[in-house]
Design a binder for this molecule. Sequence first.
Ligand code: HSE
Length: 445
Amino acid sequence: MIEYRNVKVALLGAGSVGSQVARLLLEQGDDLAGRAGAGLELTGIAVRDLDAARDVDLPRELYTTDAESLILGADIVVELIGGIEPARTFILQALNSGADVVTGNKALLASHGPELFAAAEQVGAQLYYEAAVAGAIPIIRPLRESLAGDRILRVMGIVNGTTNFILDRMDTLGESLDDALAIATDLGYAEADPTADIEGYDAAQKATILASLAFHTSVPLAAVHREGITGVTHAQVEAARKAGFVVKLLAICERLTDDDGADGVSARVHPALVPLGHPLAAVHGAKNAVFVEAEAAGDLMFYGAGAGGVETASAVLGDLVSAARRHIIGGPGLAESTHANLRVLPMGSVSTSYQIALDVADQPGVLATVAGILAGHGVSVETVEQTTVPKESAGVTRADPAEATATLIIGTHRARESSLARTVADLTTEAVVNSVTSVLRVEGA
Ligand code: HSE
């Protein structure tokens, strides 16, 4: 039997992920040691309340409320507390004491990433965070290592399982957003306060992490354009399916060229129409997937569980094995690279295509008026579909034929967001347009 040197592992937090990490460390210690070339000795688990109920039965003597002593005696600190404080202070303490850190804390990385990376680099320590984006799915390491020799053009992901679950039920079962959200809450996908998920904050945090890694550029959270799913209606989802699309909440990080021809990047989160033939359209339920377009590698797709205690523990343990191996073998490890330092461009610089639904007067010349407004802003029409609304719809009898209305669905070619915004503003105030009922971006076409 091989005798391995032990590395001391301190675990901070015993929630759904932390308790599974501890269980797997204890149950699979020999295997993990064989892979790491080091014994992984769990020296303790720091918790706030020693008597709290736990998901997993672990030896009681492992628990402590003295996080600082645990951190100072560790070679590797695994932070699974979540939130900003005290997680930030604990991670800085760990790095400053020379320990490597494994974390799954997306909120902290999204808001304080540069500070933590700088602290790690200063002391030659490593910060691993595979679990911070898309749970069990390996996406951080592929972007950070496997694709380090390539040029990433675009990262487009379904990175929030709760919203994918809701939109999928609206699409496949015809449920309303509120009903689907209630089920997501019952099943434990959505929190009691679902704001972070349904308003896109969670996905925006993940987008800032992915964009910074993919483009070797620090992309601040404040620069991520964010729209949630609360404005998505059953009618939009139904119309989308009829037109060959499915509505998904996407996090999109892409390389752009601005109006001056300079390279830049953008990151955005919003609902979008995805063609039914695109691989992301086949991501159902609470699953996550990240679609990467790279210059040399072409298209790549990473799919799987984006949350869950034991699933996310897999990502944490992968990082832990790497950290333990480096601890024994040594070497500089990886530093976060922001060498490209590209301009982070505003949403107005983004270019995509759109589906615009309008309720218009059904009179001669309306189509020409609407087309003229689009043309005036350089937005080119690709498709137009008109449905005449029966005069006696919804119990309303329109005596005057001039009051007849029609629904126009206009598909555009690619246009800048800034041009589209001006187009929609003009359509909204145009007399023959009763209302702009829906504007959705089309992605992946
Ligand atoms: N709340 C997230 C989701 C999981 O629904 O995907 C944690 O990132």
